[in-house]
Design a protein around this ligand. Structure first.
Ligand SMILES: [Cu+2]
Length: 242
């Protein structure tokens, strides 16, 4: 009789321990699932932080020139940039910091040998998104919203315009290439955005940009190709051009 009683007690203890172990295991499992889900950013946040802002310009010379190509612009989202807001001491209540995203520019421009000659060609972002012949003068001067803000005469603030970038380098077979990263412009809205009221354009020049101030023609001379900068809504479409 005593043996049976002991057996029942042992069985009860065993079942009790088993139930407690199951309960603790379930709590541990639920805790881990919650922790993993909390650490994973939601799909919306992920896209918001990783999707760059993209733009491109299809560049063409005069119809008979054979010059054509594309310039892509890529501005990573800037979650770490300072948020615009009052940061100055009380003596300057209007002062604000602006985010400083960078924009990667990749240009691939091709042309017949002898037209797009081997060597350096001035390339800039110009202040108006219009490319009309003859001479593409409708693109205006170099994009330069500030702080100096002087596109005319071009030599006065060159090579410090906001839209000044290094030369396009053309090889012996007529393939021109430039890769450059700048913090002078933005694709997103703001005081340095290339998407202001009249837009912006890329101009390729006949001669090299000598990168000096106050010398007429030193920024590249005649304009041989032009492309209007357009925002790209489909990220994949811009990737195809890279
Ligand atoms: Cu120019």
């Amino acid at each position: 009789m005593k043996l049976i009683s002991n057996m029942r007690l042992i069985t009860k203890l065993f079942v009790g321990c088993f139930l407690v172990a199951c309960l603790l295991g379930t709590i541990w499992l639920l805790g881990n699932v919650w922790a993993v889900n909390s650490a994973r950013p939601s799909k919306n946040n992920e896209n918001k932080q990783s999707n760059p802002v993209l733009a491109r310009a299809f560049v063409h010379g005069a119809p008979s020139s054979g010059i054509a190509g594309v310039v892509t612009f890529r501005q990573p989202q800037c979650p770490g940039c300072p948020t615009p807001g009052p940061t100055a001491p009380p003596t300057a209540p209007g002062f604000r910091n602006f985010p400083e995203p960078t924009v990667e520019i990749v240009a691939r421009i091709n042309g017949p040998n002898g037209v797009l000659t081997p060597g350096a060609h001035g390339m800039h972002i110009h202040e108006v998104g219009r490319c009309e012949l003859p001479g593409f003068t409708t693109a205006g001067g170099h994009f330069d919203p500030g702080p100096f803000g002087s596109s005319t005469p071009v030599d006065a603030n060159h090579p410090y315009h906001t839209g000044d970038v290094p030369n396009l380098i053309v090889d012996a077979t007529g393939h021109g290439f430039l890769q450059h990263t700048t913090s002078r412009i933005t694709l997103s809205p703001g005081p340095l955005s290339v998407f202001d009221l009249d837009g912006s354009a890329v101009i390729i020049h006949l001669d090299p940009d000598r990168g000096i101030t106050g010398v007429t023609g030193a920024s590249g001379g005649a304009r041989i190709a032009c492309g209007i900068i357009e925002l790209v809504s489909d990220n994949n479409a811009a990737d195809d051009d890279k």
